[in-house]
Write a protein of this length. Structure first.
Length: 642
């Protein structure tokens, strides 16, 4: 028994000795590998490389390094295809060369002995942004209000208009909003997504009881909705509106089409507006807070179809008046507000084409088009002659010139018109097309977001062609018993440009707004039927005795420049603005032509009826007219609130 136990002990000792020897051998081997790796690591600094490369890829550069060293490289096809404009190394260490190749390209290198692996670094998450406005329960902004992010300790202050911006890494945060004599509000669950803006408008309640500290807690959704509704709920006037988001979901091309979607508002020809059924003359229009002059020469009216929808941030229609409003309306005040300074960088381009089975591809009648009609500008073909004279028959009071002399004067006048704007040409109706480009940039001038500069720019182009059926025409001297049907051929080109910029320095904010729109609108109306004079003789022959063509090319420009400022001076808030608005409307070579049938070789052919050689009137059989109306409007305002 004793001998057996002794033998077992000896066997165990031998096994342990063999295991210890094996561990020692492996340790020595690993030590050699590590020492070798350390030597190789040192070789990165000791190995010198000289090379020059231009307009190549990373794989070619690494291949040249392999030829000059004992190292080899491992990398993916995507990494090897990275383009290099130029790279130069003159007797540089391999360690420095690899750093220069990887820095700025989201690459890293890892050494495994004499093998160097290059791989892509994970793309760091882009920061997101929280922005909005802080107001009281009456909707008034609270400049200087404090914002704090609990998780990071970031703080910010609202600007002169109550707006704020905070940049944060993606995540969920809790924000605390505070203001002197107002209850502090804590908003939880505010989700920030990379490269996106999270809007958060907050409404603070007055601390009427004078408590030391009251903290009101709510989640993100509840707090944001309360802030958005505060101003509308407590507004002194009755109003309705439509936002840019709602407009973007509609097919509306201009504000004239969008206004009819507002409750209590109806439009006429998608241009003019009736509020609560009250006529245009009793309504007023404003663009960015500045009253717009009338676009019509004969009536007080504004044509809203000349404002492209992509330039607009929102439209508010006030149906009752308050002391701070312009008092030039009785029906409604239509306030059009263009896009504001962005809360984040953005850029967008949209293009659209529309097809109308009633018009597209069908014959389109028009007078001869100018070279620049598609751009909305006249090439001079509609200009009136510069040498026109007055064709008044009266030479002096109570004395007229002889009839023969007067007739010759009219003939000479007509010969001065060398451009033919009466002949009707046939085109094909093209699909409607529109293009819109918008860009916004926000530049932070400090780390606390107290100072920042931003701008929004937009450019739009739209061309539409349509054909409208006229089922019946009995006005004027048309026959009452016949339809006298016709068609209206409409050609419209609208160009819109917007550039708004803003600078915020602490509690001071300066904004410059610029809007320009140019519209070319041309409608040719062509009616075929019978008149009240000779129509009865031609009705039995089933031959219309009258073809009337009325063409009205109209060019309209709108330009508004506005400079405004907001300054928080202690408990006082100063607001001011200077604005200039210019509107010009030209009807160039408006023509009216009437044709009647003449029997030629047994068949009726239509010829223009010459105008009467008397004082020209708009009702003449053959006439042309030019009108121009321009208005300049200058305004300034200043207000101080406490």
């Amino acid at each position: 028994m004793y001998n057996s136990t002794k033998i077992n002990v000896i066997k165990s000792l031998c096994a342990m000795t063999r295991f210890a020897f094996l561990v020692t051998t492996v340790s020595i081997t690993l030590t050699g590998v590590l020492l070798g790796a350390d030597v190789k690591s040192q070789n990165l600094n000791e190995t010198k490389v000289t090379l020059t490369a231009k307009r190549t890829i990373l794989a070619e550069v690494l291949n040249k390094i392999e030829q000059q060293s004992e190292f080899s490289f491992s990398f993916s096809k995507k990494v090897g295809a990275i383009a290099l404009e130029s790279f130069q190394a003159e007797n540089k260490s391999l360690a420095n060369v690899l750093k220069e190749l990887t820095v700025g390209r989201h690459l890293k290198f890892t050494q495994l002995g004499d093998l160097i692996a290059l791989s892509e670094l994970p793309v760091p998450p882009k920061p997101g942004r929280i922005s909005g406005k802080i107001s009281d329960q009456e909707g008034e902004s609270l400049p200087g209000a404090s914002i704090k992010v609990i998780e990071t300790g970031n703080t910010a202050q609202a600007g002169a208009d109550g707006s704020y911006v905070i940049d944060l890494q993606p995540g969920t945060y809790t924000l605390v909003f505070s203001y002197i004599s107002f209850q502090t509000q804590r908003v939880t669950g505010v989700l920030v997504t990379g490269s996106k803006n999270t809007p958060l408008n907050v409404s603070l309640k007055m601390d009427s009881k004078g408590l030391k500290e009251v903290v009101v807690s709510s989640d993100y959704k509840k707090a944001s909705v309360a802030g958005l509704l505060a101003k509308q709920k407590n507004a002194a006037e009755i109003s309705n509106g439509i936002s840019a988001e709602q407009i973007s979901r509609s097919p509306d091309k201009n504000i004239g089409e969008s206004l009819k979607r507002i409750s209590g508002v109806s439009s006429v020809d998608n241009k003019f507006v009736l509020v609560r059924g009250i006529g245009e003359r009793y309504n007023s229009a404003m663009l960015d807070g500045t009253v717009l002059p009338s676009t019509e020469a004969q009536t007080r009216n504004f044509s809203f179809d000349m404002i492209p929808s992509n330039l607009v941030d929102n439209v508010v229609v006030s149906k009752t008046i308050t002391p701070d409003m312009n008092a030039s309306f009785a029906g409604g005040l239509i306030q059009v507000n263009t896009k504001d300074i962005p809360s984040e960088n953005f850029m967008s381009f949209t293009a659209g084409v529309s097809y109308n089975d009633q018009s597209t591809g069908k014959n389109f009648l028009s007078h001869k088009r100018g070279r620049y009609d598609y751009w909305g500008f006249d090439d001079g073909g509609r200009n009136s002659p510069s040498n026109l004279v007055v064709t008044d028959k009266e030479v002096e009071p109570n004395r007229s010139m002889p009839e023969a002399e007067y007739q010759q004067k009219l003939v000479d006048q007509s010969r001065r018109f060398t451009n033919d704007n009466f002949t009707v040409y046939k085109y094909k109706t093209a699909p409607s097309q529109n293009y819109q480009f918008t860009i916004g940039r926000l530049l932070k001038l400090d780390t606390l977001n107290k100072n920042r500069f931003g701008f929004t720019g937009s450019l739009s182009y739209r061309n539409t062609q349509n054909i409208n059926e006229i089922e019946r025409q009995n006005r004027s001297d048309w026959n009452l018993d016949t339809e006298n049907a016709g068609k209206a051929y409409g050609f419209n080109t609208t160009i819109g440009v917007l550039l708004n910029a803003g600078l915020q320095l602490g509690k001071n904010r300066i904004t410059l707004r610029n809007v320009f729109t140019h519209m070319y609108d041309n409608v040719l109306i062509r009616n075929i039927g019978y008149d009240n004079v000779l129509g009865g003789d031609f009705i039995p022959l089933n031959t219309p005795n009258r073809i009337q063509e009325a063409d009205d090319p109209t060019f309209t420009d709108l330009l508004q420049n506005k400079l405004s400022g907001q300054h928080q001076l202690g408990r006082a808030k100063l607001e001011w603005e200077l604005a200039k608005t210019f509107i010009e409307r030209k009807e160039k070579d408006l023509t009216i032509a009437n044709s009647s049938p003449q029997l030629v070789n047994g068949a009726y052919q239509y010829f223009y009826i010459p105008g009467n050689f008397n004082q020209p009137q708009i009702s003449d059989n053959l006439s042309r007219h030019t009108y121009k109306n321009d208005e300049h409007h200058y305004s300034w305002t200043a207000s101080v609130t406490f």
